[in-house]
Unconditional design. Structure first.
Length: 325
């Protein structure tokens, strides 16, 4: 497909971080100053995830009050609507935005108000994934999850675990996500973005329905087979994964391997602004780099809908929009 055809294609995104996907216009308005693209976006010679994460300081400052959160939700759906994204799951860490005047519930409500306005204006359906952070205490993370539980089905669709995976392995969070399961919250977990497949195994064992990135599964055929049989979603973010050096080269990226193994792969942006990307660019990249055929694109979108944490009626509408029966 041409880039224009890819842009017009109805699309679904499951792995998109709010703070990493705010437009330059929004950030300049919130900060009251001009911001260079270099301040927001990683360079082509980014060397690591740690360097990549340095770009989140500036957008994070824009999410410290109710107006900023509401406008951020509206801003990200506006950006998505420009390339025909029809459903998106937006993830963010509510604890990062807490202040003396704004507790976790108010943080979530503020974001939902902006997203709901965006849904009405742009026609993009959405769900929010609230991120527990690896460096926060279990007590703090559980407090956040309990607050988020009150909005489940009213904008919040699930939870996630994000942060420095190498320093904080999944084994440290089994109790937290056992509790999340008891609260009835579906969850996806960042796992295997760095080199340890055990984090993926532990995530699935504790009840994750999707895996964020999952690159460390490469070459582990039995693990791939097990996740394919369980219909676990694999949220791949090709451009971001290459920038953060989750793999060292395009040749090492396991997209074709995972698809051939029957895994429920979806294609996502991770961070639209930090990675200077969008879904159209990601799809064009995988077609040019990995020989993904035009007829495989509907499968990738179907996989996204199949594994989305959306209500059945929303999924039914998405299947119709995508022309999938």
């Amino acid at each position: 497909m041409t880039k224009e055809e890819l842009k017009q294609l109805p699309k679904v995104e499951l792995h998109c971080h709010l703070d990493g996907s705010l437009s330059r216009e929004f950030i300049e308005k919130r900060l009251g100053r001009q911001v260079s693209q270099e301040e927001l976006t990683v360079s082509d010679d980014c060397t690591s995830l740690a360097e990549y994460l340095e770009k989140f300081d500036i957008p994070g400052r824009c999410l410290m009050d109710e107006q900023g959160l509401a406008e951020a939700g509206y801003d990200v759906l506006r950006s998505m609507s420009q390339e025909n994204v029809c459903y998106a799951e937006i993830r963010f860490a509510p604890l990062f935005s807490e202040t003396e005047d704004m507790n976790c519930s108010k943080v979530i409500e503020a974001l939902l108000s902006g997203l709901e306005r965006g849904r009405k204006d742009f026609g993009v359906e959405y769900g929010v994934l609230t991120c527990a952070m690896r460096h926060h205490s279990e007590e703090e993370n559980y407090r956040m999850l309990k607050a988020a539980r009150e909005y489940l089905g009213s904008g919040v669709c699930g939870a996630d675990l994000a942060g420095a995976e190498a320093a904080y392995p999944m084994s440290e969070f089994m109790e937290l996500f056992t509790k999340a399961g008891k609260l009835g919250i579906p969850f996806t977990l960042h796992a295997g973005e760095c080199g340890n497949p055990q984090n993926i195994i532990d995530s699935v064992q504790v009840g994750a329905k999707r895996i964020g990135h999952g690159i460390a599964m490469r070459g582990h055929k039995e693990l791939e087979r097990a996740l394919a049989e369980k219909n676990i979603g694999i949220e791949m973010c090709p451009i971001s994964n290459l920038q953060t050096k989750a793999v060292n080269s395009t040749a090492e990226y396991p997209l074709r391997e995972f698809l051939d193994a029957g895994l429920k792969v979806s294609i996502n942006t991770d961070n639209r602004t930090v990675s200077n990307t969008n879904l159209t660019k990601e799809l064009d990249f995988i077609q040019r780099t990995y020989g993904i055929r035009d007829e495989e694109l509907p499968l990738l979108m179907k996989n996204a809908v199949d594994t989305a944490f959306a209500a059945d009626e929303v999924k039914a509408a998405l299947y119709r929009k995508l022309g999938i029966r």
